[in-house]
Every structure is written in structure tokens, then in C-alpha cells.
Design a protein around this ligand. Structure first.
Ligand code: GLN
Length: 247
């Protein structure tokens, strides 16, 4: 019998699943299984109630504007208080791209249409001219991660995200566009709540970050997780970094 279980709640997995969001969840499942940690995945979708005590990690993926609009209304109407309560008790949350935008105050599609956000992170997003697309590398300094580390990934967003004055970014852009293509900031962090534009196979490309999430969600230090043979993962990470460097 596994001693521990990582309880993951995937929000709107059938709508917010653009670019490998399912793969990110699968990677979490595998890295837990290899260590004898049980993995319980629950889908929480349109109209479902969210129990703020039920999950160690919430996952909110990316989506096209159309799918985001459906989720935005539902998130605000039926899950906002529970997501806040989850975060306030230290629960972890990873929100990617479209999901990240929904954690802010709003996502304005144009002058008339504004999707509401749940205000968990102090930021807002407005649609800009053209899309910000390409490989990206950022430097992040997460508690317990043993100093600054690199996250490498891929971004593709029309939204430009502006952080509030006291809102820390997730990281500093080394190459790529980040939140708005000019501030040098990428993503946002509040305790164990992480929002980022890095999608595609974010977790497979950054196994160290997957472990940080697993450990943080379980309330232990990343160093307490049993080490795995990460030669393949490390090579994948190096190649994602190199791809970002070649922009
Ligand atoms: N629809 C949002 C944007 O274009 C998010 C896109 C995404 O999740 N890839 O900014």
C-alpha cells in the first residue's frame, strides 16, 4: 500500500486541454507511481462543485478563447470561493496559459468582450496585436528548489498579461516573450499557486519542476522525494533550453 496519495483536481479537462495538458497530468502520475506514491485524478467540470479540501493540486490548462469563455463564467460563478479557499490553506495550483489568464482580474478579448477572472493573482490580461509564439526559457527561484533554475517551454498567446505592483512574476525571461513581450516578466506566483504561459509539454521538459509541484502539493521538501533516473528527462530539458536559445 502506498503511504501517500497525490490528489489532483483537473479543472475543465475536456475544455482546457490545448497542447499537452493531459500529458502534463500523465507525467505527474508516472513520477508518483515510480516512487510508490498513489495518484488520484478527479475531473471537476462545468457546473460541478469544487471541494476546497479535496485536492492537493489543482490543474487548469490552456484553451482557445471560445472554450475559455465557457470556463470563465463557470469558474467565477461556481468555483471562485473554493479555489481561493484551496489556495489559502496552502493547496498547490498550476494554471497554464488560458487557465493562467483566468486567475487574474479579467481577460479582455476586445473593447466589448471581457471575460471575468477569479482574482486569485493580482494581474489582468488584454488581447494584443498578433500572437506571441515560440520557444521560451525563464529563470525561476522557487522556495526549496535549491536556487535559481530554468524552466523551458513553448508559448502561444494573444493575451498580454500585466502584473499588479506587488504581484511577483514566476520568472525572468531569458529568451522568448513572457507575459507581454516587453516587461521581461513571465507568469506569476503566490505561494504554491503558479500561473505561466509555458505550455506544451511543460512538465516533461522540466521534470525538476514537476517534482517541485508534487512535493509542494504533498507538503514536503523536493529533496525528500526519492530520486529517479532522469537521464532522458535531463536531455529533454537541455534540448528545450537549447531550442529557446536559438530563437
Ligand atoms: N486564448 C488565450 C490567448 O490566446 C490563451 C491561449 C492558450 O491557452 N494557448 O491568449
Amino acid at each position: 500500500m502506498p503511504e501517500r496519495t497525490l490528489r489532483v483536481g483537473a479543472l475543465y479537462p475536456e475544455l482546457l486541454n490545448i497542447y499537452a495538458d493531459r500529458g502534463n497530468l500523465l507525467l505527474l502520475e508516472r513520477r508518483c507511481a515510480w516512487r510508490g506514491i498513489a495518484f488520484a485524478l478527479t475531473a471537476v467540470s462545468l457546473g460541478d462543485a469544487l471541494d476546497p479540501e479535496a485536492h492537493d493540486l489543482l490543474y487548469l490548462g490552456g484553451g482557445q478563447d471560445r472554450d475559455q469563455a465557457l470556463c470563465a463564467e463557470d469558474l467565477v460563478a461556481t468555483k471562485r470561493d473554493a479555489v481561493h479557499a484551496h489556495a489559502d490553506r496552502g493547496g498547490a495550483l498550476l494554471a497554464v496559459c488560458g487557465g493562467y489568464q483566468l486567475l487574474g482580474h479579467h481577460y479582455a478579448l476586445d473593447a466589448e468582450r471581457r471575460l471575468p477572472g477569479i482574482g486569485l493573482l493580482d494581474l489582468h490580461t488584454d488581447r494584443g496585436e498578433g500572437r506571441l509564439i515560440g520557444n521560451v526559457a525563464i529563470e525561476v527561484d522557487l522556495p526549496g528548489a535549491g536556487g535559481p533554475r530554468v524552466l523551458a517551454g513553448f508559448e502561444n498567446h494573444g493575451g498580454r498579461t500585466v502584473l499588479g505592483d506587488g504581484q511577483p512574476a514566476l520568472g525572468r525571461v531569458l529568451s522568448g516573450h513572457g507575459n507581454d513581450g516587453r516587461s521581461g516578466a513571465e507568469g506569476a506566483v503566490r505561494g504554491a499557486v503558479i500561473g505561466t504561459y509555458l505550455h506544451g509539454p511543460l512538465l516533461p521538459k522540466n521534470a525538476w519542476f514537476a517534482d517541485w509541484l508534487i512535493a509542494t502539493a504533498l507538503g514536503i521538501a523536493p529533496g525528500e522525494l526519492a530520486p529517479l533516473d532522469d537521464r532522458l528527462e535531463d536531455a529533454g530539458h537541455a534540448s528545450a533550453r537549447a531550442a529557446a536559445g536559438r530563437r
